[in-house]
Write a protein that binds this ligand. Sequence first.
Ligand code: CP3
Length: 344
Amino acid sequence: MAEKLLLRALAGETLQTPPAWMMRQAGRYLPEYKATRAQAGDFLSLCYNPDLAAEVTLQPIRRFGFDAAIMFADILLIPQALGADLWFVTGEGPRLSTITSQADFDLLKPADPDVVHEHLAPIYETLRILSRELPDDVTLIGFAGAPWTVATYMIAGRGTPDQGPAHALKNGNRPLFEALLERITEATIEYLSAQIDAGAEVVKLFDSWAGSLKGDEFRRYALEPTKRIITELKARHPNTPVIAFPRQAGEAYIGFARETGADCVAIDNSVDADWAAANVQIDGCVQGNLAPSHLVTGGQALVDEVRRIKAAFSGGPHIFNLGHGITPDANPDNVTLMLETLRS
Ligand code: CP3
């Protein structure tokens, strides 16, 4: 059996048709996802139910035939494993207990492997089910949030437009801020390592808010923790590729793979594909970068943009994806059109 397309691209091979998957491919734009989520009760119950989490992971594979499946879970399960309270407010998003003082931090659990694995055992079970049930040509992707992005939620207790509370803690109590990043980094290494043991063939680090760190702080709090996680994972699992997604990194995408050891850099849609081909793809595989809004509007503009991105990255290894997650108002027919265009 030939090696899976996604793994070939991650190994640096230039393919005529790039492998494709979508961030948030299991999500509310699919009626079958909404039905299974209703069956689970709520979002977190779905994450911690291995049979149902595997089912929603498989739904977009069955419907569209993507080249990769990303396990169904959330980046905020790590804070919960460390003892933070976590809940989701429908229509608004996540809420967590906040960390703004040493006393708050002292309530967190240590990042011991046993602590992490006890809480996250259902996620590993989801991966084991998926390893058995996925078609032979589909790659299984595990993931975690990068430490800075996870910290922004732990500090503020919710999503924030400018990550203001996290910047305030960083500037006002740097030792505490750095201790929190360290705790998350250690837990993330154990979590991703166990995901690989449970069947993840690739892991991805989501640094959704990396773009709000500039200059030296980008290096210290986005690049360095990513590098540390990848270095440790490569020591334990040398053959498992890692995708890094320092969203909105802009110029800082240049050299990010080289410096962190990532096998692929995922780029958001604020970056032009021709620029990324010239400046980022020179170091290896890139993933991206269709604007999710095209899957709402569809039509000729979608077709033209898929062709343009495919052509821009055709000179090197490329994984076709969106620049960020697909939105609940997207039309599934546009996903079909996207894949038909890419593969024709
Ligand atoms: O299909 C997949 O991509 C796999 C599953 C996945 C989810 N979240 C499921 C989810 C993945 C990889 C994530 C990552 C994630 N979660 C990120 C990083 C990527 C990004 O989007 O920037 C972040 C920041 C989170 C935290 C999070 N989870 C937020 C802010 C929200 C609320 C916003 C929203 O989209 O509703 C979630 C909820 C969430 N995670 C949903 C899904 C499918 C929607 C929940 C629902 O069904 O009601």
